[in-house]
Design a binder for this molecule. Structure first.
Ligand SMILES: [Zn+2]
Length: 265
């Protein structure tokens, strides 16, 4: 007799498998979010989606297969109005994305899943996913929702990246170009633009700091890159990849060893 190994992809499960997993007090779904938006002349439109999909797939290779956590198909198209005007960018409205998260989340909660991790790699939709998570919680109060950003809170990033990249590398610059070289080098073109970082910003104001502006890429850059992509290399990309994979593996396992935040219910 053949015993099927239980896959990590939600869509590869059968309904009795889902029924069994969702009953667990720690049952968790990870739903990766990315974008289909311009990433300069040298990176593919799906850069953010490819990153989150690849990193989470690597993380799942490390998670013991009997852990009650499964991955939904990555949501490739996201909320990217700031890249309007560059061919290839496809953006859904904030209402549609909120509705999508609510409709899927309510059904997962009805099946009995206890936690939903929204892991997002597109900086332009961090606050939208935070809002959608709160809206979902208000209609599915038993479901715990974690709106996370792939690059946030990762120890060691500042040691790997230049100060310039940490401060000014907003889009398609050193980190993203290097990581794509490590993950899918055939999708990386030869251009290495450096743009959008020498603006005269009034003291105390910034693009994304304490007193930010709702910037559009066309305000800052002709190529679509915001930051410096020069010096990108595969070695740095591989280091970023291991850092991200190890970080999310640890974080997810810490969560899976507990039933937080449901223990007070
Ligand atoms: Zn990106």
């Amino acid at each position: 007799m053949n015993f099927k190994s239980i896959p990590s992809e939600f869509e590869y499960l059968s309904w009795p498998e889902v029924k069994n997993i969702s009953k667990d007090i720690r049952s968790t779904i990870i739903w990766p979010f990315g974008a289909v938006e311009q990433h300069g002349p040298h990176l593919p439109l799906g850069t953010d989606s490819i990153f989150v999909d690849e990193i989470i797939c690597e993380v799942f290779k490390l998670i013991p297969s009997d852990t009650p956590i499964k991955k939904l198909p990555t949501q490739y198209i996201g909320f990217s109005p700031e890249h309007k005007g560059f061919d290839g960018t496809i953006s859904l409205s904030s209402n549609l994305i909120t509705l999508l998260i609510k409709e899927v989340g309510i059904q997962l909660a009805d099946m009995g899943f206890k936690r939903l991790i929204l892991i997002n790699a597109h900086g332009g939709q961090i606050s939208l996913l935070n809002t959608a998570a709160r809206e979902l919680r208000s209609v599915a109060p038993k479901l715990s929702i974690f709106p996370c950003f792939l690059w946030k809170g990762v120890d060691g990033l500042s040691e790997l990246l230049t100060k310039d990249e940490i401060e000014n590398g907003l889009h398609a610059s050193l980190a993203e170009t290097s990581l794509m070289m490590a993950l899918k080098s055939k999708l990386v073109g030869d251009e290495r633009p450096c743009e959008g970082i020498k603006m005269q910003i009034p003291k105390g104001w910034s693009l994304e700091g304490n007193a930010p502006t709702a910037w559009f890429t066309e305000d800052l850059s002709k190529s679509g890159v915001i930051g410096n992509s020069k010096g990108s290399n595969k070695e740095l990309g591989n280091s970023l990849k291991s850092l991200l994979v190890n970080h999310w593996f640890k974080l997810i396992m810490n969560l899976m060893k507990s039933d937080w935040p449901n223990q007070y219910k």
